[in-house]
Design a protein. Structure first.
Lengths: 228, 228
DNA sequence: ACCTGAACACCGTTCAAGT
DNA sequence: ACCTGAACACCGTTCAAGT
């Protein structure tokens, strides 16, 4: 009985196992996730898990589904006028990043496990809807949504991994950024002149503005396509 | 003596261990990489590895360095005229994708381990050089390079993982694509109307054209910024 | 300086056996 | 239908001991 999770319905269900896996991933990192611990988390022996799931691989798939649980697309909100499609896509992208960052500890392990659309349809469906409403054709819509999702996930991956690595190492984000800068600045200047020169710009902790930069470029690019 | 790798210099060096790890990763997948197997690969006992490296974590870091070994930036080639910076960036991005796909089996494990620039400076330095030569300022150059690298890696991650998963499962790319399409088309059409409608577009095996789409948008966006 | 053997605590997974 | 105990083959890592 001890260790049964408070949230969700009580039994040993696939959902509860996924939640427990996700929780362990975020609380203790990659090494914290083992069948035995997941089992303990739901108050059962490790061998019992195999009645509900095929293997650890499947458990990770379930966990990557569970990661999207709290993500709900924006309410339709104000009606879409011609000049707000850009803002809508921007908001959706920002919310996507925020949501992934919420689960930063799990992103590294689960990255690449959620193919856009197939595994957890929510975010992809939202992007597709916004793009179609903006007037993009079917093919462009699919490609654009894929580009957006793929970029956000790549961005967050590079954002979340050092974050959780630094905090695992017991360093503050500032310390981690300073350390990164020094590593860059310490490279051989003859082989990597630009890295050395731009060490400050590259290692700054301004992830928000970096995200906004990429987002603006992507949306500008879509605007160019749309106006063609 | 049996099992010593043919390539590279013979001793048990950190480089050789990294190469062996990378090789195992690509040949046998994530489960194929263990300290004991790496040790066997270089003809030594598992415990010996700890004389050369701190732990498995460090070995993976070394392997993610080794992944970039074969990657050399384009020779300066023709002198940069004002209208070729776009082509240069496009070529660099494509080469980056190709190189990562060459190590598709290792990408999943190593993803997020190579922060752009810090770990393996080659690709980042190349991007920075091209962007500066194109006339972008320091801040924009740093942000643009980060965006490009981050997107390529996100893209390849989503491209490589299903690839290696499908082949591990013994399915052809076409079969995998067909399976993905059916999963999308089988979603509840009331909740995911666009996913169902665009199932064909989303799951097509045309990864090359999808990549070109994203690349074109990104470069268009940079062009807008540059012309401002 | 570099390697080994043996050991420790821990894995994922299976399977007969229980209820 | 669901869970357990015990077992199997395998981990990462440490450490005294060898040369």
């Amino acid at each position: 009985m001890a260790g049964r999770k408070a949230t969700g319905s009580p039994g040993v269900t696939r959902e509860n196992l996924a939640d427990a896996a996700l929780l362990l991933l975020e609380r203790e990192g990659p090494k914290g996730l083992s069948m035995r611990k997941v089992a303990a988390e739901v108050g059962v022996q490790a061998a019992s898990l195999y009645w509900h799931i095929r293997n650890k691989e499947e458990l990770l798939d379930l966990a990557s589904d569970a990661l999207w649980e709290g993500y709900t697309p924006l309410p339709p909100g104000r009606t879409a006028t011609a000049d707000t499609w850009r803002d809508c896509l921007a908001t959706a992208s920002r919310r996507l990043r925020t949501h992934l960052l919420t689960h930063a500890g799990a992103v590294r392990v689960l990255a690449g496990r959620f193919a856009p659309g197939t595994r957890s349809p929510g975010p992809m469906e939202e992007m597709l809807a916004l793009l179609r409403r903006a007037g993009f054709g079917p093919a462009d819509t699919a490609d654009a949504a894929y580009t957006l999702l793929t970029w956000v996930q790549g961005f967050v991956l590079h954002e979340a991994v050092p974050m959780s690595a630094a905090e695992e190492h017991g360093a503050s984000p500032q310390e981690a950024a300073a350390e990164a800068r020094e590593r860059l600045a310490g490279l051989p200047a003859d082989r990597y002149p630009h890295l050395v020169e731009l060490a400050g710009e590259l290692s700054g902790p301004g992830m928000d503005s970096r995200f906004e930069f990429g987002l603006a470029r992507l949306l500008d690019g879509l605007e160019v396509l749309r106006g063609r």
